[in-house]
Design a protein around this ligand. Structure first.
Ligand code: RFL
Ligand code: PHB
Length: 385
């Protein structure tokens, strides 16, 4: 079996790449280890940069996004019991959109299958040969080989793509906390996202729709989900999000819950021979800056453009600059995500001096137009280069 581009991983990065290539007449096969229902229901990201929605729209995946996505013009920083609005659109001219990763994945799977795309679920890659180039995978208890011109390693943090880059250099940071995330059937108690700093830890009030809320709590990295019955979750959210002005948090049935460790991670380079890494396979950011999915989209946009040029003109110039082009944006997002994380979380190891500095930093971001512009331009996303 042979194709032009073998795509390992059917998350947002792999599925979008396959769609972008199809629009340019380039054939691909997507190998996804899990089944379709699993990838369509894995609760993750929700906040999309304008550049991300532009790419989705541009490749014909924007119909439901335009109908159901919630366009936001600002966010709230909450600390010391008071809210401070950052007017993202006034400061940058750009918006962000709440539309769940699960819905993007559903839209892309449906589009690929409708246009005859080859997406194989339950097909787990076991070995990548970047020079063959080829991918060996297991499906239905049998081993198969897929030969190709190029391989896209879009198989996430635990995949087989990154280990197939010899001499890969990695950079990482672990944080002394994790996020407990819930999905709840209750109308959001806020119109815009609330990022709250509290002595007991960070909390985030996000949303999915006018009827569904998404909320997060900073917890210890080794926290057990069993230690958090519903009442404890709601009580803790109410305390950390609480203000002195009578604002209340509405509660509802919790339909999904999970604990996610927080880490920063970058692998360099993002290419070896005919293998190109994209998305979480190459880098991880802590979710505070809402950058992970957006970076996956910008990586595959750059890769699709480079492959398009290669097939149209024979030139490998854009493929040769792929890793450097992506890493420039990746490191900006890494810094911003680290910055937002340390600004808003409560470090259990911090001394009183560090806590005072953190509070001064929050005051500065909430009161200085220059600091707010810096937050806003990073949050809404810098232009794709
Ligand atoms: P994914 O989504 O992990 O997909 C990789 C796919 O590869 C498959 N796979 C394999 N397939 C075949 N063979 C193998 N050997 C394979 N090994 C793995 C996996 O089954 C999977 O389907 O990576 P991708 O496509 O790079 O997408 C990245 C995003 O999923 C991730 O960055 C975001 O979810 C991060 N993130 C957020 N990003 C944002 O931009 N905005 C947000 O608001 C935001 N919030 C979040 C987040 C991530 C979170 N968690 C749970 C990590 C909130 C949370 C809580
Ligand atoms: C989400 O809605 O899941 C979400 C939003 C913003 C973040 C992280 C997660 O920073």
């Amino acid at each position: 079996m042979r194709t032009q581009v073998a795509i390992v991983g059917g998350g947002p990065a792999g599925l979008l790449l396959s769609r972008l290539l199809h629009r340019q007449g380039i054939a691909s096969v997507v190998l996804e280890g899990r089944d379709r229902a699993y990838v369509e229901h894995r609760q993750r990201a929700g906040m999309l940069e304008q550049g991300t929605t532009d790419v989705l729209r541009g490749c014909g995946a924007g119909e439901r996004l335009d109908r159901e996505g919630l366009v936001h013009h600002g966010l709230e920083l909450r600390f010391g019991g008071a809210g401070h609005r950052i007017p993202l659109t006034d400061l940058t001219g750009r918006t962000v959109t709440v539309y769940a990763q699960t819905e993007i994945v559903k839209d892309l799977v449906a589009l690929r299958l409708a246009d005859g795309g080859d997406v194989r679920f339950g097909a787990r890659a076991v070995e990548i040969d970047p020079s063959g180039p080829s991918v060996t995978y297991r499906q239905d208890g049998r081993t198969h080989t897929l030969d190709c011109d190029y391989i896209a390693g879009c198989d996430g943090f635990h995949g087989v793509g990154r280990p197939a880059v010899p001499g890969v250099r990695t950079f990482s940071r672990e944080y002394p906390f994790a996020w407990l995330g819930i999905l709840a059937d209750v109308p959001p108690s806020t119109g815009e996202l609330i990022y709250a700093h509290h002595d007991r830890g960070f909390a985030l009030h996000s949303l999915r729709s006018p009827a569904v809320s998404r909320l997060y709590l900073q917890v210890a990295p080794d926290e057990e989900i069993a230690a958090w019955p519903d009442a404890r979750i709601w009580d803790e959210l109410a305390v950390r999000l609480g203000t002195g002005d009578g604002w209340t948090l509405d509660e509802g049935p919790i339909t999904d819950r999970s604990i996610t460790p927080m880490r920063s991670f970058v692998a360099e380079p993002m290419r070896h021979d005919r293998l190109f890494l994209a998305g979480d396979a190459a880098h991880i950011v802590p979710p505070t800056g809402a950058k992970g999915l957006n970076l996956a989209v910008s990586d595959v946009t750059v890769l699709a453009r480079a492959l398009t040029e290669r097939y149209a003109s024979g030139s490998e110039a854009l493929l040769d600059s792929y890793s450097a082009t992506c890493l420039r944006r990746v490191w900006r997002a890494e810094h911003f995500s680290y910055w937002m994380t340390t600004l808003l979380h409560t470090d259990p190891q911090a001394d009183d001096f560090a806590r005072r500095l953190q509070r001064s930093h929050l005051d500065y971001v909430a009161s200085s137009p220059a600091a707010a512009v810096s937050l806003a331009e990073n949050y809404t996303g810098l232009p794709l280069t």
